[in-house]
Write a protein that binds this ligand. Structure first.
Ligand code: GLN
Length: 446
């Protein structure tokens, strides 16, 4: 597949021909990465996760409950894409309401990993990552609440970037956990990631958490020769599998050889990441999902009275979504609010402070994305085990930081391994410069 940078030099006719080719290839490839091939114009085609509104397109967040719902307006990111010569093409599969790490919980069925069709592509933006890695999308948008861009990119061997909270508008994104959600690019390489990030980042009055800090083009200033100080968190990697640890050690060596300075640190609060995230995220999710009652959106399942209609309609949520609604209501309930929700908010501050202390000395932090490579489809039965696999990604959302995941090697089974570079809030330039330098130095073979 041509890169995004190359695609920008193509004519409308060439791009339209490419879309026909992409659709045919996607259908015969059997990845189940696309759930639709709608087209919103003839710019450079970008695949869009099923939780981002494109005017007049169905948007279902991978759920049965939103069947039949059509987006009445464009998300700000879609407007931004249009203004820069891109256009939405195709809907990517995802975990229902972006809750999951495998893309197995979608109403449309499981998406497969192009590096091994018996493997999951990761989640929740699994369709976006599988399509980019499988050569059936030039680039895609995903959303990342606790790793959903970076982790599927890592499992599929492509580049996934989560911007600083507030840098990309959330207007028109179906909310999962509003204080954590960010939209970001999934691409074939770091330069394309910077180009797509530049296209979607903006201040937006329609999103009250949108930043007014000045935006400078990252792609135009991408500097492969910049020397950075990169922290490795020694006590952070011990829980990753040996294949991940080996790739990590090799990457540290490559970064040193490329002239970067490595500093060794430890972090004490990481053991609270998962508990904190799953309290904050489920509390916000249960509040956001309260609007899906069969009255205003999606597929109503009528009952004898209003209560039964609510019950029947909400019965369409899948098991994982129901579990999170229950968890969220529990942590917000009168007797437990202080013990869980308020405490989690305090720990969230401690987690952010700890990152900021490291950023007093380092420009970036190098970290695993996931403790393992992509697991086999159907192998994760225990929800707690799945939550634990988010251990390396969720703290970055709790702290609102930018991070990019890029492939650095493969394990003995040929499955891709990604690592992430995490930056200080609004220092996307360092994140991309570091990733660009690592990408050029590491010699990853697709
Ligand atoms: N796996 C995490 C969760 O299930 C993150 C999902 C995401 O980033 N949307 O909540």
């Amino acid at each position: 597949m041509i890169t995004l940078k190359e695609a920008l030099t193509k004519s409308k006719e060439e791009l339209n021909a490419l879309k026909v080719e992409m659709e045919a290839k996607a259908k015969e490839g059997g990845l189940n990465a696309y759930i639709d091939f709608a087209s919103a114009g003839d710019g450079v085609p970008i695949l869009i996760k099923d939780n981002i509104q494109v005017k007049n397109w169905a948007i279902t967040s991978g759920s049965e409950i939103l069947q039949g719902y059509v987006a009445p307006y464009n998300a700000t990111v879609i407007e931004n894409l249009k203004a820069k010569g891109f256009s939405a093409f195709g809907r990517a599969n995802m975990d229902e309401f972006a809750m999951g790490s495998t893309t197995e919980s979608s109403f449309y069925g499981v998406t497969k990993n192009p590096h091994g069709k018996d493997r999951v592509p990761g989640g929740s933006s699994g369709g976006s990552a599988a399509a980019v890695a499988g050569g059936i999308a030039i680039a895609a948008l995903g959303s990342d609440t606790g790793g959903s861009i970076r982790q599927p990119a890592s499992y599929c061997g492509c580049v996934g970037m989560k911007p600083t909270y507030g840098r990309v508008s959330r207007f028109g994104l179906a909310s999962y956990a509003s204080s954590l959600d960010q939209i970001g690019p999934i691409t074939q390489n770091v330069e394309d990631s910077a180009i797509l990030y530049d296209a979607i980042a903006s201040h937006d009055e329609k999103d009250s958490t949108s930043s007014t800090l000045e935006l400078v083009s990252i792609a135009e200033n991408l500097d492969v020769n910049r020397k950075l100080t990169i922290a490795v968190i020694d006590n952070y990697i011990a829980e990753a599998g040996q294949d991940i640890q080996d790739a990590y050690a090799n990457t540290v060596k490559v970064l040193k050889e490329a002239g970067h300075t490595i500093v060794h640190k430890n972090m004490g609060n990481t053991k609270y990441d998962i508990a904190t995230y799953y309290i904050v995220a489920t509390a916000e999710a249960t509040t956001n999902l309260a609007r899906f009652d069969g009255i205003r959106y999606g597929k109503r399942v009528k009952g004898k009275n209003l209560e039964e209609t609510f019950r029947n309609t909400r019965g369409q949520f899948g098991d994982e979504v129901k579990r999170r609604i229950l968890l969220g209501n529990f942590v917000l309930s009168a007797g437990y609010y202080d013990a869980y929700y308020v405490k989690a908010q305090k720990v969230r501050h401690l987690i952010r402070d700890e990152f900021n202390t490291i950023f007093e000395e380092a420009d970036l932090i190098l970290s695993p994305v996931a403790p393992t490579v992509a697991p086999k489809i159907g192998s994760s039965h225990d929800p707690l085990e799945m939550y634990k696999s988010d251990m390396y990604t969720i703290a970055i959302n709790l702290a609102g930081l930018p991070a990019i995941s890029l492939p650095v090697g493969k394990n003995s089974e040929g499955m891709p391994i990604g690592l992430q570079l995490i930056g200080k809030a609004f220092n996307e330039q360092a994140v991309f410069d570091g990733a660009f330098s690592l990408e050029q130095a590491i010699n990853y073979i697709k």
